[in-house]
Design a protein around this ligand. Structure first.
Ligand code: ZN
Length: 264
């Protein structure tokens, strides 16, 4: 599923294709914006903010999108064959040399650039942003000490960029049960630093790795229901937490490496 590293990579690729280029075609396939046409206008740049992607057109407009579950952006040479069916396209932008197509975007809208802060200003420090601030992320996480760490890490208001894969992997790497309250985490600063390091390490590659073993077992627990823990051999448990969309609810953990805290 798309996490901060996926969106960071998409923004980098789109920026390379569109920055300072004049659009020769602009087709936004969302009824509300069907009449928006930026043909003839120049794209300033493309940036990621957490899991949000902002395409800035001139100094006036921003195409704001979020991949949600299935979304993705592709860059093709102009006239190149799309690798997804056309009916799934939500946004098509072309320059003299490239076609940029957003497929199945869970969220797409056009806003005035001055509204960007309202749109994404609520996000916590961006793990892959130029202004990453671990102290601020910690402050936000600690503001709700009762909250299970498994929910707090996914809340983009605390820190931006973690999706379900990293949430599960971080809890494993920290030896913490996902239901452990934030206030009882043994070493929260280390967990936040680890989040930063994992996303930084993975941002340039298409397969996410937390174990260091890209080929055999790239992840410690995510998606490994009923398989053996790579560290201790115990069966990995799949459970659910919270009331998000299903994909976001699903948790994986090792009951031996991440024991639940026993409350008296
Ligand atoms: Zn284990």
């Amino acid at each position: 599923m798309p996490e901060g590293d996926t969106v960071w990579r998409a923004a980098r690729d789109l920026d390379r294709a569109l920055r300072d280029q004049e659009l020769t075609r602009c087709d936004i396939r969302v009824p509300r914006y069907a009449t928006v046409d930026f043909t003839g206008k120049t794209v300033r740049n493309v940036v990621a903010r957490g899991k949000h992607l902002l395409i800035r057109v001139e100094d006036e407009w921003t195409i704001h999108s979020h991949l949600k579950m299935e979304g993705l952006w592709h860059v093709y040479p102009k006239g190149g064959r799309w690798r997804r069916p056309a009916f799934k396209a939500r946004c098509v932008l072309e320059t003299a040399a490239k076609s940029v197509v957003g497929f199945e975007l869970g969220f797409l809208r056009v806003i005035a650039q001055q509204e960007e802060d309202d749109a994404v200003g609520y996000l916590g420090p961006d793990l892959l942003g130029p202004d990453w601030d671990s102290g601020e992320a910690l402050r936000r996480l600690r503001a709700d000490p009762e909250r299970p760490i498994g929910l707090a890490l996914l809340d983009q208001r605390n820190l931006a960029g973690i999706g379900n894969v990293y949430r599960c992997e971080l809890c494993f790497l920290a030896g913490e049960h996902p239901l452990t309250p934030v206030g009882e985490i043994k070493n929260l600063p280390r967990m936040v630093e680890l989040a930063h390091r994992l996303l930084e390490t993975n941002k340039d590659r298409s397969t996410r790795v937390t174990t260091g073993n890209l080929l055999r077992d790239p992840l410690w627990v995510y998606g490994r229901t009923d398989r053996s823990c790579l560290r201790c051999g115990t069966r990995i448990i799949r459970s659910e937490l919270g009331d998000n969309e299903l994909e976001q609810r699903v948790l994986y953990h090792c009951p031996h490496c991440q024991p639940a805290k026993v409350t008296a």
